[in-house]
Design a protein around this ligand. Sequence first.
Ligand SMILES: Cc1ncc(COP(=O)(O)O)c(C=O)c1O
Length: 418
Amino acid sequence: MGKKFETIAVRTRIKQTPEKENSSPLFLTSGFTFDNAEHMRAAFTDEVEANIYSRFSNPSVKEFEDKMALLEGTDAAYATATGMAAVFASFMAFLKAGDHVVSARAIFGSTHTLITKYLPKWGIEHSYFPAEGWSASPRESLRTGGDGSNLHGIEKLIRKNTKMIFVETPSNPGLEIFDLESIGKIAKRHKLIYHVDNCFATPYLQQPVKYGADIITHSATKFIDGQGRVLGGAVCGKKELIKEIYLFCRNTGPALSPFHAWILSKSLETLAVRMDRHCDNALKLAEHLSKHNEIGTVNYPFLASHPQYKTAKKQMKAGGGVITFTIKSSPKDESRKADGYERAKKFMDALDMISLSANLGDTRTIATHPASSTHSKLSEAEKKAAGITPGLIRVSVGLEHIDDIIDDIEIALKSSKK
Ligand SMILES: Cc1ncc(COP(=O)(O)O)c(C=O)c1O
């Protein structure tokens, strides 16, 4: 019987050196040496397997890649300097001028910029779903089927030159859930590359490969590092696809630092226990806030009120470590007719323990105001379509005691009412 997720995460390692170390060593080196000129020549023509230069490969990076591939259930993985480098490489390695991408509209801000600003510069077109009849507003999604994927709408967007279908689930920051299985069937029927950003779920909560994903990208900066220290990314998939990613990255340069890879590989050893606690704390906070009379809406995939709750339950082991909510405007709040932004700002300023930061997936609980920070480059219409309202607050729920997280939020809610 194959080893379980937790065991793979802890025990996958590069070969022990003659020193017999128990923790994998860090190979902090830019280049590698050869026995002689012939060995060097053969390494460059792939006649022998050898590390040449850390932009191409490195043992510390390889350990991280091997673990990521095993945990995602794919043949291979390639590690990148950041999550955006992983997403970018996955577009550039497979798309050319004249191609078309169908993507979910609810995606991370920089990915949206990449799709709408840079891909068109290189002659690559895109269409976003939601398509006709679909709405990013949770209430309307319920009316239109509620699985967040509007499969009919997606199929209508597919053209002769469509090459890839891209989704991020749960999405950042709207926490929209897309039905991986149904979208996988569409991708297969139309022979499209099925590309899933699995950053919010991590392979511990969801394995897109089970639903036919060809390419799975990660920002390892988030829950994979999990301690807010280093940037990193990964692309997982079939061997032949990862070879294309490798060749693109080898020649363009977004290599992961061996030091970061060493940290990330160690971090993966604790991913399962950390994710269990993140999800536990996030669910408790979401439940607490959903009963709170100061709170407008609460969004969390494992709350029964989430419009895609059934899909989340089907494809995720737990709801993840991120929740979003809005606060009701107080009677004294001059902006109450407006949009909730003033109250959100006051609330953020009143937080004491919880950090204000753009990152997420840290041990430390973090509050972010997406409309004015991570997603500020989106137009007002784009924000609306992605469910990023002016009052929306995103909380990445950390590993502090849940009572202390709730206390901090309660105090800030009280003080922001004044
Ligand atoms: C879903 C998602 N994908 C990709 C990225 C980009 O990752 P990085 O910041 O490591 O480049 C992020 C960052 O927040 C993200 O949330």
